[in-house]
Design a protein around this ligand. Structure first.
Ligand SMILES: [Zn+2]
Length: 330
C-alpha cells in the first residue's frame, strides 16, 4: 500500500509531462498564448497588457521562457512582456522588426535587453521548441511596413500531425500572402487563434476555408470595438469550427497527446459554447490549476470526481439532478 502511494505522484507527473499544452491565457482584451512542450520548453506568443500574463506563467509553473514572440507592436499584445521579461528571462525574442514610438514599446524592449534575450527577426525560418515541436515563422509578405496589424508575425506550430496557427492581428492582405506562399503547410490546422480578437475586418472565409480549423480561440475581454464581431463568428461557424472565448471561458487549455488526440479544458467551463465536434476524446484529469469540465457524471466519476459542490471545478447544474447544489453524489 505504501508503495502504491509513493508511485501515484510519479504517475501523475508522467501523464501530464507527455502532453503538449497550449493555453490561451485570460488577460482581458488582448492576446497571450503559452505553449509548453512535453520536454519542458516554453513559448509565449504575446503577453496582453499589464502583469496578468506574468502571474499566470508563474501559476502554470514556468521558470524560464525559451521564446517570446511579439506578434506586433501594439500594447494589447506586448504590454505584458515588461513583467514577463523581468521574471522569466526569455532566451530569445522574435518580432516583426517594425519599431513603434510608444513608451510601452520602449519599456518592453529595455526589459528584454536587461533579461539578455537574443533578438530574432521574423524572417522565413524554423525554430525547434524542444525535440518534438517545430515552429515555422511566417513573416508578412509584400505588406507596407507601416501598419503593425498587417505586419503581424505568423507562427505555425506542429507536433506530430497536430497543427496550431497564430496570426496576431493580421489583415486580409497578410493572410492572402500567407495563403499564396504557405498553402500546403496551412491546410487543415486543428487549433487556430482568431485574428484581431474576432474583429470583422480580419478573418476571411477564404483564409478559414484553407486553414479549416477544428477549434478557434478568441483572445478577448471587455472592449468598445465590438469584438468579437458577428461577422467573424459567422465565418468560424461556416467552417464548422468550435469556438472558445477567453471572455466567456476564461483561460482555455488544449492538451495534445503524442498520437494527436487532444482535450480542451477551460477555467470557467466550456458550457457557454455548443459542442459540435465529436473528435475530442474524453477529458482526462487535468492539472489541479485548471478548471475541469465533464459531459456527465460517469465521466466525472471516471476521473475521480464525486460530490462536486456548486462553485467547485467540474460542477454543472445539468449534473445536479436534484438541484441540491451537489453534483454526481456518491
Ligand atoms: Zn490586438
Amino acid at each position: 500500500m505504501k508503495r502504491l502511494l509513493l508511485m501515484l505522484p510519479l504517475l501523475l507527473c508522467a501523464a501530464s509531462a507527455a502532453d503538449l499544452q497550449i493555453r490561451f491565457l485570460n488577460v482581458g482584451q488582448g492576446d497571450a498564448v503559452l505553449v509548453t512542450t512535453p520536454d519542458g520548453k516554453s513559448m509565449l506568443y504575446d503577453a496582453g497588457r499589464g502583469t496578468t500574463a506574468a502571474q499566470l506563467l508563474k501559476r502554470y509553473g514556468v521558470k524560464q521562457l525559451d521564446l517570446a514572440v511579439m506578434s506586433q507592436g501594439d500594447a494589447d499584445h506586448i504590454g505584458g512582456f515588461e513583467a514577463v521579461a523581468q521574471q522569466f528571462k526569455p532566451r530569445a525574442v522574435l518580432n516583426n522588426g517594425l519599431a513603434k514610438s510608444t513608451q510601452t514599446y520602449a519599456r518592453v524592449l529595455a526589459a528584454f535587453e536587461q533579461a539578455g534575450s537574443q533578438g530574432l527577426r521574423a524572417t522565413e525560418r524554423s525554430i525547434n521548441l524542444g525535440a518534438q515541436v517545430k515552429l515555422q515563422v511566417l513573416p508578412a509578405l509584400g505588406v507596407p511596413k507601416t501598419n503593425q496589424n498587417a505586419n503581424s508575425v505568423g507562427v505555425l506550430l506542429s507536433y506530430g500531425s497536430f497543427k496550431v496557427f497564430f496570426g496576431g492581428d493580421a489583415e486580409p492582405v497578410t493572410t492572402k500572402g500567407w495563403a499564396q506562399r504557405y498553402a500546403s503547410q496551412l491546410r487543415n490546422v486543428q487549433l487556430y487563434k482568431a485574428l484581431h480578437h474576432g474583429s470583422k475586418h480580419n478573418d476571411t472565409l477564404e483564409f478559414l476555408q484553407l486553414v479549416k480549423p477544428e477549434m478557434v480561440v478568441i483572445g478577448v475581454g471587455k472592449n468598445n470595438y465590438g469584438h468579437p464581431s458577428s461577422e467573424a463568428l459567422a465565418v468560424y461557424k461556416m467552417v464548422n469550427a468550435q469556438v472558445f472565448r477567453t471572455d466567456l471561458n476564461g483561460t482555455v487549455t488544449v492538451s495534445v497527446k503524442p498520437d494527436g488526440s487532444y482535450t480542451v479544458t477551460a477555467e470557467q467551463g466550456l458550457g457557454t459554447q455548443k459542442t459540435t465536434r465529436t473528435t475530442t476524446p474524453a477529458p482526462t484529469t487535468p492539472a489541479p490549476t485548471t478548471e475541469v469540465y465533464f459531459r456527465n457524471c460517469a465521466e466525472a466519476r471516471n476521473a475521480g470526481y464525486t460530490n462536486i459542490k456548486r462553485g467547485e471545478s467540474g460542477y454543472r447544474s445539468a449534473m445536479d439532478r436534484d438541484g441540491d447544489g451537489v453534483a454526481c453524489e456518491r
